[in-house]
Design a protein around this ligand. Structure first.
Ligand code: HEM
Length: 526
């Protein structure tokens, strides 16, 4: 006690404590400090970005593709993105990167989203950082979801029909919809049916969280990056965007918890089984089983947010690009409808294999993805060691890297007339002997990596493909759509590495009589 009193009385005590606290603070944010983008170079809020990009000359960020085009043929160079300096690699390195043991995908995401140091970004760190924890989300999607696809086509067909009727009520008159803004809620509902069951899918509060957590978390990250790293542990408490993100998590957690408890009550006989619309095993079951198998604790709620982050806006982005591309090329409507009609009539019901037969639809999706990938780079990684590439180029330890996608997507030797939209492009490629499977939407290669490539290639792409085809086949049979008079296919908004279809454009929709009675393919009476 006397020693403690003596210590408190020394003139070194207060400065010593202050220095110790400063050291703790600096070391806790050192990772961010060491690679900080100066706040004035950080991107503004999303709405401001859209506005600034639309008013030419005020762009807050220069798109990465500008650097690639003007990079003087360099195959490795560094750019500032809103989050970190990023080393952009030419696609010729893709085979070296795709399975490199010292280049890590989830670590890169963790770094971009403050490594779980700021409450609110838990959805980006669903696995908690352990190897087994991280595998739970990936395996749930790669194994459980993909294996279930065969039994999911009918529920997807039904939910899509109900969802489209709600979000795009069919009318005889041409009706304008801001499609890009409305679609994420439709995709959010349809995806939730598969991830979390019917009750959550029909719960608007949940769909709102699932859709807006992603948007607000990206905004919050941008807002937080406007502050120097050393200030972030303090300012995050006061930023309105951060509070919004944390509010989403709170609402989402309550809904997931209620669903968990409801299912437990049914299992234990406290609620009658018939009250549950839980018709198929879903991510709550998959996560729980995998967590038990791997002996790893797992937060089911953050797993859900991880799924929403990965699935909703990526799929909506692809579908919006297809809708814009088809509005610009209405000559594809008829052949697509004929293909769908032929397959539905031949199969009598929509099977997983029916979707494989929709080869023109597959080609159309892949062409839109080629011309408008969701990200202008792919295979984003962080180097855990200094890496020397095969040609001697060096990636320093701790650097974030990404492969430029548009160099390949616009390569005339791979895609002749690359700047011209050709909905038949991949169908024709598949017609070459031996190439039947090489050019499907879900196939990733060194020439087509909109879903990534290699060990981290998107495990959700089989589901995304099926879901997209089901939404499109219903849109095509039930509606005509077009741009308003004088409007042409809007250019996507590109900033840093992101590419987003114009989120403000009104597309005109009008109901039509489907060639096939779609009611036969699902039972809306349930
Ligand atoms: C059109 C829709 C989609 C696109 C364009 C897309 C794209 C991607 C890309 C580019 C990656 C990173 C791959 C890499 O770096 O090598 C990725 C990873 C991932 N995606 Fe998707 N994705 C889509 C839909 C989905 C869906 C629907 C799900 C879930 C059901 C999903 C779950 C995941 C997961 C869990 C990862 C992480 C993989 C890992 O850690 O190894 N994605 N996705």
């Amino acid at each position: 006690m006397a020693m403690l009193t003596g210590l408190l009385e020394t003139p070194y005590f207060t400065p010593g404590v202050c220095i110790a606290l400063l050291v703790i603070l600096i070391s806790s944010v050192w990772d961010d400090l060491s690679t900080e983008v100066p706040p004035q170079r950080s991107a503004a809020r999303w709405e401001e970005l859209v506005e600034s990009i639309q008013q030419e000359g005020k762009g807050a960020m220069v798109p990465v593709c500008t650097y690639v085009d003007h990079g003087g043929g360099q195959s490795v160079f560094q750019v500032m993105t809103p989050s970190h300096p990023t080393i952009i690699l030419h696609p010729k390195y893709i085979d070296e990167v795709k399975a490199h043991p010292d280049l890590h995908f989830l670590e890169a995401i963790r770094k971009n989203f403050f490594a779980n140091r700021v409450p609110g970004f838990e959805g980006f760190h669903a696995g908690g950082g352990s190897e087994k924890g991280d595998r739970i989300l990936v395996d749930a999607v790669r194994v459980n979801l993909t294996q279930a696809l065969g039994s999911l086509t009918t529920p997807l067909m039904k939910e899509t029909a109900l969802t489209l009727d709600e979000h795009f009520p069919p009318t005889k008159e041409w009706t304008p919809y801001i499609f890009a803004r409305e679609l994420p809620y439709a995709v959010g509902r349809i995806s939730t049916l598969i991830f979390l069951g019917e009750r959550a899918a029909r719960n608007k509060e949940w769909v709102n969280v699932a859709v807006n957590y992603t948007i607000d978390a990206f905004d919050a990250a941008r807002a937080l990056r406007m502050w120097p790293a050393i200030m972030r542990p303090l300012v995050h408490h006061f930023l309105p965007y951060m509070n919004k993100v944390r509010a989403h998590l709170k609402v989402g957690r309550a809904i997931v918890q209620e669903e968990i408890e409801r299912r437990a009550a049914i299992r234990e006989g406290r609620l009658p089984a018939e009250e549950t619309p839980h018709t198929h095993s879903d991510s709550l079951d998959w996560f729980t089983n995998l967590a038990t198998r791997y002996g790893e604790p797992y937060d089911l709620m953050t797993g859900q947010m991880g799924l929403s982050l990965a699935a909703i806006h990526t799929t909506s982005n692809l579908l919006t690009n297809v809708v814009y591309d088809l509005a610009a090329h209405p000559e594809y409507f008829q052949p697509l409808r004929e293909e769908i009609k032929a397959v539905l009539e031949e199969d009598g019901k929509l099977k997983k294999t029916s979707l494989l037969k929709l080869k023109l639809l597959d080609s159309i999706l892949k062409e839109s993805q080629r011309m408008h990938p969701v990200n202008l780079t792919s295979l984003i990684r962080i180097a855990s060691k200094k890496i020397t590439l095969s040609d001697g180029n060096i990636i320093p330890k701790g650097a974030i890297t990404a492969i430029s996608a548009h160099v390949v997507n616009e390569d005339e030797s791979i895609y002749p007339n690359a700047a011209t939209y050709d909905g038949y492009r991949f169908l024709k490629k598949r017609q070459q002997p031996g190439h039947e499977h090489r050019h499907q939407l879900v196939t990733t290669t060194a020439e087509s990596f909109g879903f990534g490539h290699g060990v981290h290639a998107c495990p959700g792409r089989f589901f995304a493909s099926n879901e997209s085809k089901i939404v499109l086949l219903q849109l095509l049979l039930k509606y005509d759509w077009k741009f308003q008079d004088g409007v042409t296919r809007p250019k996507n908004l590109e900033f840093a590495t992101e590419s987003v279809p114009d989120p403000t454009l009104a597309v005109l929709f009008r109901a039509r009589e489907p060639e096939v009675d779609l009611g036969r393919f699902y039972d809306l009476g349930v």
